[in-house]
Write a protein that binds this ligand. Structure first.
Ligand SMILES: Nc1ncnc2c1ncn2[C@@H]1O[C@H](COP(=O)(O)OP(=O)(O)OP(=O)(O)O)[C@@H](O)[C@H]1O
Ligand SMILES: [Mg+2]
Length: 233
C-alpha cells in the first residue's frame, strides 16, 4: 500500500547565482525537493556546497535566481514582499548556529519579540498574552528558572534553547535550523536534538535541519546530501 503523503513544500528547479566581477558563480544548480508535513529532513554536505543558501531561499530569507518554492500550494516567489514577510513571521521559525539573541534583553523579552513584531500593537492585553506564551515556551524548553537572565548570563546550550523558544513562539509550521548544535558540546547538543524530536512528535512541526553532526543526522527520518549545488544520493 502506498504511504499517505502530505506535501508541504516543493522546491522546483531552484538555482542561485552570484556575479563576481565578470564571472558568475553558480551556487545552487537546479534543486528539486519535496518535503512532507511533519517531516524531519536532514541536509548534509561539504562546506560551501550551498546548504545555507538553500535553507535561506526555502525560508524566504533570500531569493533564488530562478525556480520557485511552492508552500501549501502557493508560489512563495510570486508573493509581494509584504506577503512574504507575513509568511515568514507566522509560518516559519529560524534557528542558527550562533543564536542571534538580542544581548540587552532577557530570555523572556527575546522570546516575546516575534509576538510583539507580528502584531504591530503595543496594547497591554496583547503584551500580556505574549508574555504568557513566552513563559510557557521557556518552560517547555526547560528554562523556567532562567527567564530573567540576559544571554551573557546563560550557557551556550541555554542560549540555544532560548533561540528555539523564540523560533517557536508564533507556533510556526516549519522550523529551519542551520547547524543548530554546531556550537555546542556533546551533552548540550544531545539535549537540543531530543528537544527537537519531542517538538516534532508533539506538534507535527516540520523540521529542515542543516548539520555536520553525524549523530544528529542519524536521528532524522530522511537525509539528503548537497554537493556543488545539487542534491546527490
Ligand atoms: N553573497 C555571496 N556572494 C558570493 N558568493 C556567495 C555569497 N554567499 C555565499 N556565497 C558562496 O556560495 C557558496 C555556498 O555557500 P553556503 O553558505 O550556502 O554554503 P554551506 O553549504 O552552508 O557551507 P558551510 O557548511 O560552510 O556553512 C559558497 O562557496 C560561498 O562562498
Ligand atoms: Mg552554511
Amino acid at each position: 500500500m502506498e504511504e499517505h503523503k502530505d506535501v508541504l513544500i516543493q522546491a522546483q528547479d531552484i538555482t542561485k547565482e552570484y556575479r563576481i566581477g565578470k564571472n558568475t558563480l553558480r551556487v545552487l544548480n537546479g534543486v528539486n525537493l519535496e518535503i512532507d508535513r511533519g517531516e524531519v529532513l536532514i541536509i548534509l554536505g561539504p562546506s560551501g556546497a550551498g546548504k545555507s543558501t538553500l535553507l535561506h531561499i526555502l525560508g524566504l530569507l533570500d531569493t533564488p535566481t530562478s525556480g520557485q518554492t511552492i508552500y501549501r500550494g502557493e508560489n512563495l516567489n510570486k508573493l509581494s514582499s509584504k506577503q512574504q514577510a507575513e509568511r515568514r513571521n507566522k509560518h516559519f521559525g529560524f534557528v542558527f548556529q550562533f543564536y542571534h539573541l538580542l544581548p540587552d534583553f532577557t530570555a523572556l523579552e527575546n522570546v516575546m519579540m516575534p509576538g510583539l513584531i507580528g502584531q504591530r500593537t503595543s496594547s497591554q492585553p496583547h503584551k500580556k498574552t505574549c508574555r504568557e506564551k513566552a513563559t510557557e515556551i521557556l518552560d517547555i524548553v526547560g528554562l523556567k528558572e532562567r527567564i530573567h537572565h540576559r544571554p551573557d548570563q546563560l550557557s551556550g546550550g541555554e542560549r540555544q534553547r532560548v533561540a528555539f523558544a523564540r523560533a517557536l513562539v508564533n507556533e510556526p509550521e516549519v522550523l529551519f535550523c542551520d547547524e543548530p548544535t554546531g556550537n555546542l558540546d556533546t551533552k548540550n547538543s544531545k539535549e537540543i536534538q531530543d528537544l527537537m524530536l519531542k517538538l516534532n512528535a508533539l506538534n507535527n512541526q516540520t523540521f529542515i535541519i542543516v548539520t555536520h553532526d553525524e549523530n544528529f543526522a542519524r536521528l532524522g527520518k530522511r537525509r539528503i546530501k548537497i554537493v556543488d549545488g545539487r542534491i546527490v544520493d
